[in-house]
Design a protein around this ligand. Structure first.
Ligand SMILES: [Zn+2]
Length: 238
């Protein structure tokens, strides 16, 4: 999971969503009315989807698992709990069908004070709550929110996710080393192609964890090897 940047809505779409929220309030702010209104909102949903696709990591990947194609507009706070947030743009995230329908559903764990225990990647940096262990591909929770997020989305219990992250680390390291070779040889187009591939890699959380290694140069050099570490230093924040 990586942070995502939510753009502001165009005024026309924002007004349309506000109007639909008022309609739910008027009809009675309950789950059935929220769900019915959502089902019937084809046009705004298509526009929300476009915005979420652009916000999502890699090529429109799920904002929770980062692995599957994002197919569903997820209501971070479920309609069953907050029907008046059905059309709240700040409550919409892109999820894969598995994360949305098989894992999260209407689950929305909160702490004793009522604050959500799931990470909202558009509001906070997941790295404050989760640490990705590159060698194993597993996540370690740093906070109760990290722990609940791992549990709800099965980030460590879905073996294919853990294995994909581990494999992605091998791929990232190899691509960085190759970038370094091409860049040192002055082959700018090839280096740019590799950098573009890295940016759109499925497991964006792995690349981000690798980038964060730069905070600890001796560790980065040991984990990545000389060429990949050189590449990371040269690429900086590109
Ligand atoms: Zn997912």
């Amino acid at each position: 999971m990586i942070p995502v940047q939510r753009p502001p809505l165009q005024p026309q779409l924002a007004a349309d969503l506000a109007r639909r929220t008022e309609a739910i309030r008027h009809a009675g702010p309950n789950t059935a009315n929220g769900r019915a209104a959502w089902r019937g909102a084809r046009e705004p949903k298509a526009r929300i989807r476009q915005l979420l696709n652009r916000m999502a990591p890699g090529l429109a990947r799920c904002m929770y698992c980062g692995d599957n194609l994002g197919t569903d507009i997820d209501h971070f706070e479920p309609i069953a709990r907050a029907p008046l947030r059905t059309f709240d743009w700040h409550n919409h995230l892109l999820a894969c069908a598995y994360c949305n329908s098989n894992r999260k559903r209407d689950r929305f764990p909160c702490d004793a004070a009522g604050s959500p225990l799931l990470i909202d990647p558009a509001r906070e940096d997941p790295a404050d709550h989760l640490r990705l262990l590159l060698a194993s591909g597993a996540y370690t929770p740093l906070t109760p929110k990290g722990e609940a997020t791992i549990d709800v989305f099965g980030l460590n219990s879905r073996p294919e996710l853990v294995r994909a992250r581990r494999l992605a680390f091998t791929v990232v390291r190899a691509l960085l080393a190759e970038w370094q070779t091409r860049n040192a040889a002055g082959d700018t187009p090839a280096a740019a192609e590799i950098a573009a591939a890295l940016r759109d890699l499925w497991q964006a959380d792995v690349l981000r964890a690798v980038r964060r290694l730069a905070d600890n140069p001796p560790l980065a050099q040991a984990v990545l090897g000389d060429r990949a570490w050189e590449a990371l230093r040269h690429m900086g924040n590109h």
